[in-house]
Design a protein around this ligand. Structure first.
Ligand code: ADP
Ligand code: MG
Length: 669
């Protein structure tokens, strides 16, 4: 799995584009998702070219016709000049690229096909066709890149994440600066209705904050002094003063944008095979065209000029750009549609696997359950507390958990953190899937599940209560336990039901928690199988086992101590990734909020993307094949070149338009 985050994609795209060709002429944009300001499509220049070439073509055509019909007697060089200049106006760049391609060893590409076909048409005296092929090809390419560029821009705008300027307080003056120029620690002023452009902490004011751009869910959250707010959120009401905690380049927003751009590097199998396909396809087509030209005249007494014309038409129709351009575009649209719903996909390969996945594996805590634990009871051994509230034990446990990011630790600190305020914590250590240890006021304690107690080698009394138990011991003595209840998320059951309806026939829950709890939660959520008491590496093995059975595994976790499983699964999805760096790094997809129902939604988008892809491949190849065969057997005689131009330019535009459908999301299936 490619999890590289290299940022070496800095605009070397003019050399190699999605389609593997040079696209430097008239500022063709490539479908790589970057703004090519310097390559802005130059509409005026383009219109000038097309109009002048078109006029010359028409003049040449009229003069030629009139002379052939004996109405006028224009010397042939006059209309030849018209055709020639018209051809050069639009075709020069393409011919230049063909020649450059040949020099660089990249012979067989669409420019080559078009160049050969049009020059060939000239050679057999079909000047009008030769010029028209070039003209239409140029127009088609232009329209296409316009569509590609527009859609890419609209995907980015849709995310509404790109900031322009922010208001900072410098020397008690409010000034507008670029977000890139703001340093950590500076104060930002955000007014009602404005969007936040940097991550920060509220120092003054309170407001309802809408994080729709990040999570895809428009539920305002109340934030006040001391709370952290993330770039990309919109302040609905109230003005805020915010202390910047991260530079722009490290902010959540710019990481998300980076991720979407990096998505281009993780190409799907479909895309990869298309590139390979184009590499063998084009030479084969050239060979077929050559056979069409040579065989009938040599062996069956055909007319040379007829068969050359047919062979050249075959070349024109065979141009693979419909597929080469529409496939990456469809994937980009699918990824964009997911982003809009608050689901970040790190590459089209993951979108492809998501559509294919037949097994959903869930982590329990924070994924199927809310991860917000509710306190059930506390039992104290060697209890010295007088008031029966076990403040001392609760304080020690909270102190040990102070630095842990586990949902249990967070809940413990939320409930009992104040008991540990005066305690000094040193050497905090994390035992993945078991718990933590720390030195509290000079004494070493272990806080965690049965496995950790066994590791510490201390006799403990298992609790009989139902719930997630957290035991505490020192190196020598068992101290007691707290029991928590974790509640199943509201949308877990619906999500699992919907995934089943989508054909995910097998669902599994993996947890480090006890069996009774695992079984209870699994049956409530409608999950088929539950495996309990697993350490992180045992979770990896479970996923491997499923993969060995030939299943494509989708793993959904919270990114906390399950990074290895996220990496092992075919698609690793981290929930609640918002603001959590570890989860964003380790996963293939990130669900920004904590709503599980985003998974079936993303899967629907993935499936639709794949469907559109297949439609485009089949449609383009079918039309091309029919026209190609028609040329080969000679049924299209007069119209061959015109049909061929449709088969290339027309099909390409239709496929592009179809690919753009991926952008639209149906919320209901
Ligand atoms: P899950 O598989 O449910 O996500 P984890 O693998 O994160 O759970 O943890 C497994 C078990 O390890 C938890 O049920 C808990 O008993 C214990 N555990 C993990 N981290 C901690 C912690 N910080 N404090 C106490 N117990 C912990
Ligand atoms: Mg977990």
């Amino acid at each position: 799995m490619a999890k590289n985050h290299n940022h070496e994609h800095e605009h070397n795209h003019s050399a190699e584009c999605c389609c593997g060709h040079n696209h430097e002429h008239n500022g063709d944009s490539c479908s790589c998702g970057h703004d090519h300001a310097h390559e802005e499509l130059n509409k005026k220049e383009f219109a000038g070219k097309v109009i002048s070439a078109g006029l010359l073509l028409i003049i040449g055509y009229i003069l030629n016709e009139l002379t052939e019909n004996g109405v006028l007697n224009v010397p042939s060089f006059v209309y030849l000049l018209c055709f020639g200049i018209s051809y050069l106006i639009v075709g020069f760049d393409i011919i230049k690229e063909t020649v450059e391609g040949i020099i660089h060893g990249d012979v067989f590409n669409e420019n080559f096909l078009m160049g050969i076909a049009s020059i060939g048409a000239f050679c057999v005296g079909e000047y009008t066709e030769g010029c028209t092929v070039m003209l239409l090809f140029t127009i088609g390419e232009f329209l296409q890149s316009l569509a590609v560029q527009k859609s890419r821009k609209s995907i980015k705008d849709m995310l509404e994440l790109k900031p322009e300027s922010v208001t900072v307080l410098r020397n008690s003056k409010e000034i507008c600066v670029k977000p890139e120029d703001v340093k950590v620690g500076e104060l930002l002023i955000v007014k009602p209705g404005e969007k936040l452009d940097l991550d920060g902490k509220i120092t003054e004011g309170s407001a309802e904050v809408d994080m729709k751009a990040l999570t895809g869910e428009s539920i305002p959250v109340s934030k006040s002094e001391g709370d952290t707010v993330l770039a990309g959120s919109v302040v609905a009401d109230g003005a805020l003063t915010i202390e910047v905690i991260k530079e722009y380049k490290d902010s959540t927003v710019s990481r998300i944008l980076d991720m979407i751009e990096d998505a281009e590097d993780n190409k799907s199998k479909t895309e990869q095979s298309i590139t390979r396909f184009a590499r063998i396809y084009t030479p084969i087509v050239c060979l077929v065209a050559l056979l069409i030209i040579l065989v009938p005249p040599l062996f069956f007494g055909g007319e040379w000029s007829d068969w050359i014309y047919r062979g050249l038409s075959a070349l024109v129709v065979s141009c693979p750009c419909a597929i080469v351009i529409s496939i990456p575009l469809a994937f980009f649209g699918g990824i964009g549609a997911c982003s809009k719903q608050g689901v970040l996909v790190k590459g089209s390969n993951f979108l492809e696997s998501l559509a294919k996945a037949d097994t959903a594996v869930f982590d329990k805590t924070g994924t199927v359950t809310s991860g917000k634990f509710e306190y059930v009871s506390c039992e104290c051994h060697n209890c010295k507390c007088s008031d029966n509230q076990h403040r001392e034990l609760l304080g020690i446990i909270a102190a040990c958990e102070r630095f842990s990011t586990h949902p249990l630790a967070k809940s413990i600190n939320l409930a009992f953190g104040h008991y540990s305020d005066s305690l000094d914590v040193k050497d905090a250590k994390n035992y993945s899937g078991m718990g933590v240890s720390a030195i509290v006021d000079g004494v070493k304690y272990y806080v965690g599940n049965e496995k950790l107690m066994a590791l510490a080698g201390v006799d403990y009394t298992p609790t009989e209560l139902i719930g997630t138990a957290v035991y505490c011991c020192s190196d020598t003595d068992f101290m007691g336990d707290i029991v928590f209840a974790d509640i199943i998320k509201q949308d877990s059951r619906d999500t699992i039901f919907e995934l089943k309806a989508q054909g995910m026939d097998y669902t599994v829950m993996l947890t480090g928690d006890r069996k009774e709890i695992a079984d209870d939660i699994a049956s409530k959520a409608g999950i088929v199988t539950a495996h309990s008491k697993l350490l992180p590496d045992e979770k990896v093995n479970k996923v491997k086992e499923l993969q060995q059975q030939g299943r494509t595994v989708l793993y959904i976790g919270d990114g906390i101590n399950d990074a290895p499983v996220l990496a092992q699964a075919d698609v690793g999805v981290a929930m609640g990734g918002i603001g959590s760096d570890a989860a964003i790094e380790a996963s293939d997809m990130v669900i920004m909020g904590d709503s599980l129902s985003k998974i079936p939604l993303a899967r629907r988008i993935a499936k639709k993307t794949m469907r559109i892809e297949h439609e485009n491949i089949i449609f383009s190849l079918a039309v091309k094949l029919i026209i190609l065969v028609g040329c080969a057997v000679g049924i299209f005689d007069e119209n061959a070149m015109w049909l061929a131009v449709f088969g290339d330019v027309g099909v390409c535009l239709i496929a592009t338009a179809n690919a753009l459908r991926t952008l639209r999301v149906n919320k209901k299936s």
